[in-house]
Design a protein around this ligand. Sequence first.
Ligand code: FAD
Length: 419
Amino acid sequence: MLSFDVETDVLVVGSGPAGGAAALLLSTYGVANIVVTKYGRLADTPRAHITNQRTMEVLRDAGVEDQVVARATPQHLMGDTTFCSSLAGEELGRLRTWYTHPLRQAEHDLASPSRICDMPQHLMEPVLVENAVARGTSLRYQTEYLSLEQDAAGVTATVRDRLRGDEYRIRAKYLIGADGGRSKVAEDIGLPMVGRMGVAGSINIVFEADLTRYTAHRPSTLYWVLQTGSDVGGIGMGLVRCVRPWHEWLIVWGYDIDGPPPDLTEEYARRIAHHLIGDDSVPVTIRSSSAWTVNHQYARVYHRAGSSAPATPCTGTRRRTGSAPTRPYRTRTTWRGSSSSCSTARPTRGCSTRTRASARRWAGRSSSGPTAASARPRASSRRSGCSPPATTRSCAATWTPASCPRRRRSGSGSSCARR
Ligand SMILES: Cc1cc2nc3c(=O)[nH]c(=O)nc-3n(C[C@H](O)[C@H](O)[C@H](O)COP(=O)(O)OP(=O)(O)OC[C@H]3O[C@@H](n4cnc5c(N)ncnc54)[C@H](O)[C@@H]3O)c2cc1C
């Protein structure tokens, strides 16, 4: 008989929004689980942020909605999406977004007790992961997933403790690959990838500046800036995104993916920030800058060895909490980034009425064998709804660090790294 170093019901690879949500829900429903995550920390930059109503309902089911609301930017400070030549410059127009138009607000409020909000990823992950651990999840930082083997009864994964350098095996009934857009789990189980990597280059700049005078009167989570050069690469325009009103910000600015790598010095980042603000007298403190690529790629199949109810993410229109183990949701994806998804052993309790029905539909397709399911980025451009993950076609723009040697235009590239 085989012996394993560690055994559990579900092994979750990754502690991002997808892995954190999967672990939280598994522990909430009493399913033993271990999370392994490669680095010694959770997300340290804002990244994904807008958290839609459906995701908030999942968080409500999990009993953590109030913790998210306490840290998030509320809906009434999100919606005056502004188009301008710079924050201090000409305003070209404003759209009432995120259900803040009075007509949409009524629909939004009537649809659910939960509200959309803006919860940056570096604030969301601790809520998910800390609550998961408090409810029983075993969390292993600095632990890298290396490989897996499936058999009739389960999955055996080999992981490396990056502090000690040694490897050990974890035996699980199910494995969830929540290891991001460049998922090794997805690669190892051969999920077919469709689409294109390296479509455009983008730079994220996180900075602090008091921009109250340019923003508080038109509260928004997104300020779109049309300037010379803003059509190069990236997302088609310069973007000043609010992280915390009105003093923490994230800029997205494009670079030519076929040119030399972008200059990520503090001086360059400050210059871009001042261009987009349109006022050089505003003190700006650069916190970080990083380059990434827009990738249009998705997995056409989300699980292997088909016993589980594969659940695609329950995401915000931009935030991706991947918090839908019993909820096979479609997600919306835009140029903004990869969705994260999660999948778990089988539908369990705790769904709302509507989603219980969809969970049952998926349960009907399940058998009882093991599975390794990858929480791959996925996308669709519509509201959350139930759809078969294996057949949904959509376009995901995913983040790949610009340093990735495989980031260039690479065709569909199932073997191509992606975030
Ligand atoms: C620089 C950057 C900027 C972004 N900006 C935005 C934005 O502005 N708006 C937006 O909506 N989205 C943004 N995103 C995308 C957003 O962060 C992702 O959609 C989201 O993080 C996906 O969540 P996830 O849980 O699937 O994967 P991730 O958050 O990528 O988490 C993957 C997890 O897996 C772990 N991991 C990876 N490989 C292994 C391994 N072999 N073994 C163990 N653990 C492993 C990682 O440590 C991590 O914990 C950005 C991403 C990046 C990188």
